[in-house]
Design a protein around this ligand. Structure first.
Ligand SMILES: [Ca+2]
Length: 459
């Protein structure tokens, strides 16, 4: 009897083991490739209507996956990257600018690299980092096993430049985006037998406007049909170089997609493409007001394309508003993994939109880092949900809070002043901290009261 029981147990155990093995095999996580351009505007792609250039490889992501009409990022580099990394508005993580330490992401924040690394992914980043240079802000300390690129906000030369390879000096080879792509492809090749997260933050068409001749030749004397809505402000030579750099990016995106095909990884890989802010010059951008550095539409609206063959229906067009804060929750959701951070998120998973289902009230909240409140502060679309979010505890919106609170009060017909008209900002020193706390407490109290008394306005 004992031997029969033992035999049964062995069979059971074997069955359980094989089931577990099957389950493991069947739930293989998708690979992720995130390609981020630097200073490329919404209008710098042929898929968005720019007939000055041709970007067939990037455009193909829309044809074989989804394209978003209204995807929002920040007006400048580091804040967008911080929001992509954390799924949280950039001030929460201490990112308030692009230099003098304002670009550093607080060390108690966990990045998207941390999340995917904790889930067993091989993680690599290849390009411009711009969220802190020295350890422990270095990419290798923020969830990325491998890093090749430069950690500052811009670089002086794009041909054979000095580079950082896992914290050690290295010599770049050839044109920088080609070199970054070579390293990204090598990472994909060596990681192909396990799930990988490959982040490719290109540093073009950010200045200096250097591009290989073979890409520039097409534009050197080109008669550009699509011009900035204010043609007098456009520097055509700058535009020509930017367009050539965008075609170079497209060529490199094509190399990545082709290698995924050759390795038979395309069907198991989610590919994302977006930019970190609006265009870095006046050039055609769909007639939108504003450019890089501005919270106007042209400064913060980015291309966004995502492909996952067989999962996201080909040719999907998403009209709803979305932003870089949504990418961490979206990718974690699509991959079926948990997030490394327990901090509250500002972004939400876009999975329902990608699968053709609507999601309720979505907002985007944008400001220029280090700017004063007032005309620069923009709250679009789901404006209703922003006061709720702030009332519930976001404490970093120092300057915006009184603006948002007063605006919310006006919408419900109440005239309330929550901050002094003069002396705000700046408030400095210990006294200022006390005043900030007092003012914020008043704002939160007002917002909570508005939410309770007028839920239709502030749901
Ligand atoms: Ca940028």
């Amino acid at each position: 009897m004992k031997s029969k029981l033992a035999f049964f147990c062995i069979l059971l155990a074997t069955g359980v083991c094989s089931e577990a093995a099957t389950a493991t095999a069947s739930v293989r996580r998708p690979n992720i490739v995130v390609i981020l351009a630097d200073d490329q505007g919404w209008g710098d792609l042929s898929v968005n209507g720019n007939s000055n250039l041709s970007t067939p490889n990037i455009d193909s992501l829309a044809r074989t996956g989804a394209i978003f009409d209204r995807f929002y990022v920040c007006p400048v580099c580091s804040p967008t990257r911080a929001e992509f990394f954390t799924g949280r508005y950039h001030p929460r993580g201490g990112v308030r600018g692009v230099s003098t330490g304002g670009e550093r992401l607080d060390l108690d924040e966990r990045t998207i690299g941390d999340t995917f690394k904790a889930a067993g992914y091989a993680t690599g980043a290849f390009g411009k980092w711009h969220n802190g240079t020295q350890w422990p802000y270095h990419p290798n300390a923020r969830g990325f096993d491998e890093y090749y690129g430069f950690t500052s906000g811009h670089w002086g030369s794009y041909f054979d430049p000095p580079m950082d390879h896992n914290g050690k000096p290295a010599k770049g080879k050839g044109y920088i985006t080609d070199d970054l792509t070579d390293h990204a492809i090598q990472f994909i090749e060596k990681s192909k037998d396990r799930p990988f997260f490959c982040y490719v933050p290109y540093n073009t068409p950010h200045s200096p406007m250097q591009v290989p001749d073979r890409f520039y030749q097409k534009f050197a004397k080109a008669d550009l049909k699509k011009r900035s809505h204010d043609a007098g402000q456009e520097d055509l030579d700058f535009t020509r170089a930017a367009l050539a750099m965008c075609e170079n990016i497209d060529w490199n995106v094509g190399r990545i997609l082709q290698r995924l095909d050759e390795l038979k990884l395309a069907d198991h890989t989610i590919v994302i493409y977006f930019s970190d802010n609006g265009p870095n010059s006046w050039r055609w951008n769909g007639g939108m007001k504003g450019r890089k550095g501005s919270t106007d539409e042209g400064g913060v609206r980015s291309p966004f394309l995502i492909r996952w063959p067989g999962r996201i229906p080909a040719g999907t067009r998403v009209p709803q508003i979305a932003g870089a804060i949504d990418l961490l929750p979206t990718l974690a959701d699509l991959a079926g993994i948990s997030m490394a951070s327990q901090k509250p998120l500002d972004g939400i998973s876009l999975t329902p939109l990608l699968l053709g289902k609507p999601i309720p009230g979505k907002d985007a909240f944008r400001r220029v880092p280090d700017s004063s409140p007032g005309p620069e502060t923009k709250v679009r679309d789901g404006v209703k949900s922003v006061p709720t979010q702030i009332a519930e505890g976001a404490s970093h919106f120092f300057h915006e809070l009184p603006v948002v609170a007063a605006r919310a009060a006006r919408r419900t017909g109440r005239r309330e002043h929550v901050a002094p008209r003069r002396g705000w900002p700046p408030l400095r020193g210990v006294f200022a901290e006390e005043r900030l706390g007092e003012i914020h407490a008043r704002c939160r109290k007002l917002l909570r009261s508005l939410i309770q008394s007028a839920p239709g306005h502030l749901a």
